[in-house]
Ligand binder design. Structure first.
Ligand code: ADP
Ligand code: MG
Ligand code: MG
Length: 877
């Protein structure tokens, strides 16, 4: 068997080989293939890096000799020798992942320059200053990246030299200055490495390739991959490319250009360049680059070639390109091309324009849109022209911008926010108890918690900006101060949050409104034409339902009714209902609640204008409705000690006894969902009545008949659904009369047992809705409320889990439960309607999975509806 091949020469590659050659390697090969000028090169495959990773850092058999052979071929083609004393070859050793990770990994330039070759480089170019500039750049980069010499060692020496010479710019240093600097750099490197500095270019090449492999695993790259859900197993390719020199003098330059504006999508020349410089100078910001337009005057011929090439590249790739170029002595070379990263607004404009320009069709336009990114468009943003520096940074937990006065507790937030004052709720972390404050705040800032922490999930659900886990801030709730660095903010001081970047500003910044524009409207319609999955929203109020419809929801997939029991004016009646000794007493309490619930439902039904609405019957953690056990015990004790009113004491004791009786060690696995309704059938009875009466009232008033779907939560056993269904059916029959209102009765599948016995459960269900939040919680056995602050976060860092399963569905495990549920359900009842409600309904990857699993619709929070519409379309393409 011939040995595995790890290297491809430039002429052997093309755009289709991205997985093997990385984006950069495939890109340069493709450019060379279509005749764009690219320096000669070869590419070490991603396979080599993956195998090296698997072998704990040891290269696979044969890689060594294949590199030597590829180098010999490159030397042959260029007529040059690496590090040679005549006609020397200099190369760059560049990282290149499959998915572009700009600037996250390492690249070494000018490799091949040495004490022998530097003289030849000087002679050949007739420019000794340039030769020594290359040499000092090389030692600096190689020392830092490959040998781990701290960057400041070199920077300090360079700064010191410039100070001695009284110059500002590197370009003002002479050949002699630079030659001296090279000597200094070498000494510093030797000192630092205890004499182990490698000076042979061939050995340096091998070490550089290895360093690029390693840079795949540097912390920066890790963090970037995690943020963008890029697998850590992909590895990087390494491109070894002949150097071309933008630092050869005033007819040389280097730059970066986009074929369209990446912020707005406008078709206009966009980019920057620097005369007499090498690539890294542009990004490092050492000198201020000049706008592209100025290049026309300075380097007219290269400029024309570049414009021409940009044109050609767009037509070839049929997408906006982001390109690196270098001009050596007036001659243009392209060094990299990739599909340009762009804002959501630009993505929509470019896609829509490319369709008009006849370059792509509508389906291709949709493939280009990153659904998750559209979040950016649905929230007010900070005006990019602010020019202020952030004072703190946390996780970009929920996008959008918020400006408001700092408040430190939910009650104050609720009170002031309720009066219409803009407040930002600042908490160490938030709990469900803070919800009233969260609802009225402009935004949320927490010191603790992650992207799916309660604050973040809730904030995203409401389209509310949130910066979570800003670990650099200190909150003193008692003193009501927020300390960032040495700045102290008191209650009422104004801050601005950018939930899209995680940045916090210590003052009020200007905001610009959400940018739902024509491009968006146009492209999302294409998505609707393509997708099979329906998209509904989770909404519990008139306001949410209205928003959901505006954003294109085709119904409500989950209307929770808990909050209808929680509001302060209703809670007393709810408590009386739960603590009632007799069915009659319970019925009395429920009688009081019924009209209030009916009014809530009327609001939602009105907003939905005849679309289907799935109402979930009460799903309470029981304890949330009851007096606290400890507090109630203390009350009884106090009354006993003070010998207070006899009747009061008796009542308190009775309540305590009931609270004790109902107390649960583990309420999340306790009397929740239909379990409470099994104990107190009066509750589903009352709720059903309220729902039907509301639907009939709206029909009467608005002339529109909502599609009523009543959903029984947390069913584990067939008998539970059978019992609940008969209750609901009976009341429906009583209430509907001859109005012709049609009512579907279904259930949530959110326990593993329900999924596994879905065929039996389906006998009593008109529809299934997979509650993937609880299904994840019960399927993996991770508490959603606790896990994220503890081991789950660590699991993700350690790659025990690649993604938070509450954010994106665990396809292998929980996903299987969904598939089994659908399959078994439909086997018993062909055509059974199935959907999903849960955070996952708005996550593009999960949506793709649900499409594949054959569900009929997904339901997500209103602000994620447009994202789900795009994701559902992409799943088809
Ligand atoms: P990154 O992925 O961080 O952009 P690159 O490999 O693209 O890293 O290289 C960093 C800089 O060096 C870029 O500006 C690039 O254009 C420049 N560069 C890379 N290879 C060469 C080369 N062979 N000749 C001249 N400049 C190069
Ligand atoms: Mg680059
Ligand atoms: Mg549930």
């Amino acid at each position: 068997m011939s040995e595995q091949r790890y290297i491809y020469d430039l002429a052997e590659g093309d755009a289709s080989m991205k997985n093997l050659l990385g984006g950069k390697g495939a890109g340069v090969a493709e450019m060379a293939r279509i005749g764009v000028p690219v320096p000669d090169a070869f590419t070490v495959t991603t396979t080599a890096s993956v195998e090296t990773m698997k072998n704990g850092g040891t290269w696979p058999e044969g890689l060594d000799s294949q590199i030597d052979a590829a180098l010999a071929r490159l030397e042959e083609r260029t007529g040059r020798t690496l590090g040679g004393a005549t006609r020397p070859l200099l190369v760059s050793v560049r990282s290149g992942a499959v998915v572009s990770m700009p600037g996250m990994m390492d690249t070494i330039l000018n490799l091949g320059i040495s004490d022998e070759s530097v003289v030849a480089v000087a002679e050949e170019s007739g420019n000794p200053r340039f030769a020594w500039d290359c040499y000092r750049r090389f030692i600096q980069m190689y020392g830092e990246v490959v040998e781990g010499v701290p960057g400041h060692v070199y920077e300090d020496a360079l700064t010191e030299l410039k100070r001695e010479r009284g110059v500002e710019q590197d370009t003002e240093l002479t050949a002699e200055d630079l030659q001296g600097l090279v000597a200094t750099f070498k000494e510093l490197s030797e000192d630092h490495l205890g004499g182990a500095w490698t000076s042979d270019p061939r050995e340096q090449l091998h070490r550089a390739v290895d360093a690029v492999f390693r840079s795949w695993q540097n912390p920066r790259a890790e963090v970037y991959r995690r943020a963008h859900n890029i697998s850590s197993e992909l590895g990087t390719a390494v491109n070894v490319m002949q150097m071309v020199f933008g630092n050869r003098g005033d007819t040389s330059a280097t730059g970066v250009c986009f074929t369209r504006n990446p912020s707005t999508g406008e078709k206009a020349l966009y980019g920057e360049f620097l005369i007499n410089a090498q690539g890294e100078d542009v990004v490092a910001g050492i000198r201020t680059p000049r706008p592209m337009a100025e290049m026309e005057e300075i380097l007219p011929e290269a400029y024309r070639q570049l414009i021409d090439t940009m044109h050609r590249m767009e037509t070839h790739y049929k997408d906006m390109q982001d390109m690196e170029f270098t001009v050596e002595d007036g001659k243009l070379y392209l060094l990299q091309t990739r599909n340009g990263k762009r804002t959501a607004a630009a993505a929509l404009k470019v896609a829509s324009d490319l369709v008009d320009e006849g370059l792509i069709d509508q389906k291709e336009a949709l493939r280009r849109i990153e659904p998750g990114q559209l979040d950016q468009l649905l929230h007010p943003a900070i005006d990019p022209a602010h020019g202020k520096a952030p004072v703190a940074k946390g996780l970009p937990a929920s996008p959008g911008a918020a400006v408001g006065e700092v408040v430190f507790d939910a009650d104050t937030a609720a009170e002031r926010g309720g009066r219409g004052e803009p407040v930002v709720l600042v908490r160490y972390e938030t709990t469900p108890d803070d919800i009233h404050g969260v609802i009225v705040a402009q935004g949320i800032l927490t010191a603790h918690g992650g992207m799916t922490s309660h604050a973040a999930v809730v904030a995203r659900g409401m389209g509310k900006p949130c910066v979570a886990g800003a670990s650099g801030i200190r909150i003193d709730t008692a003193a009501k101060t927020l300390t960032i660095g040495d700045k102290v903010f008191a209650e009422g001081d104004v801050i601005t949050l950018d939930g899209s970047t995680g940045e916090v500003y210590g003052e009020a910044l200007e905001l610009i409104p959400p940018q739902i524009n024509e491009d968006f409207e146009r492209v999302v319609e294409w998505a609707d034409e393509v997708r099979r999955l329906g998209v509904r929203a989770n909404a519990d109020t008139f306001e949410d339902a209205t928003k959901a419809r505006e954003l294109g929801a085709e119904g409500i997939g989950l209307c929770r009714t808990e909050h209808m029991f929680m509001s302060p004016d209703r809670l007393p009646a709810v408590r009386r209902m739960i603590l009632a000794d007799t069915p009659e007493a319970r019925a009395d309490a429920l009688e009081e609640i019924l009209p209030m619930q009916q009014a809530d439902f009327e609001g939602i039904f009105t907003a939905m204008k005849g679309l289907p609405v799935t109402v979930r019957l009460l799903d309470p953690p029981l304890h949330e409705f009851l007096p606290n056990l400890v507090e109630q015990s203390l009350l009884v004790q106090r009354l006993e000690l003070t010998g207070g009113d006899e009747g009061e004491l008796k009542a308190a004791r009775a309540t305590l006894a009931q609270v004790k009786r109902l107390h649960e060690q583990n309420p999340m696995l306790g009397t929740r969902g239909c379990r409470l309704a099994m104990l107190y059938p009066e509750i589903p009875e009352m709720q059903t009545r309220a729902i039907i009466r509301a639907a009939l009232a709206v029909k009467e008033r608005e002339g529109e008949t909502v599609g009523v779907e009543i959903m029984i939560p947390l069913v584990a056993l067939e008998q539970e659904l059978q019992t609940q269904r008969s209750i609901v059916e009976r009341v429906v029959a009583e209430e509907v009369g001859d109005s012709g209102l049609e009512v579907l009765i279904g259930t949530m599948i959110e326990l593993p047992r329900a999924a596994l016995t879905a065929d039996r459960i389906a006998r009593h269900a008109d529809f299934f809705s997979f509650g993937t939040n609880d299904l994840t919680q019960t399927g993996i056995g991770i508490s959603r409320d606790d896990a994220e602050n503890g081991f789950l976060a660590q699991y993700i860092i350690d790659h025990v889990l690649e993604r938070n399963p509450f954010e994106s569905i665990d396809v292998d495990g929980v996903g299987q439960l969904v598939e089994i549920g659908v399959e078994k359900g439909r086997s018993a009842k062909p055509g059974l309607k199935t959907g999903v409600c849960g955070e996952h309904g708005g996550d593009p990857d999960s949506v793709a999975f649900f499409h594949g699993a054959g569900l009929d619709y997904v339901s997500c929070s209103p602000f994620r509806v447009p994202i789900a519409r795009f994701a559902a379309a992409k799943a088809v393409l």
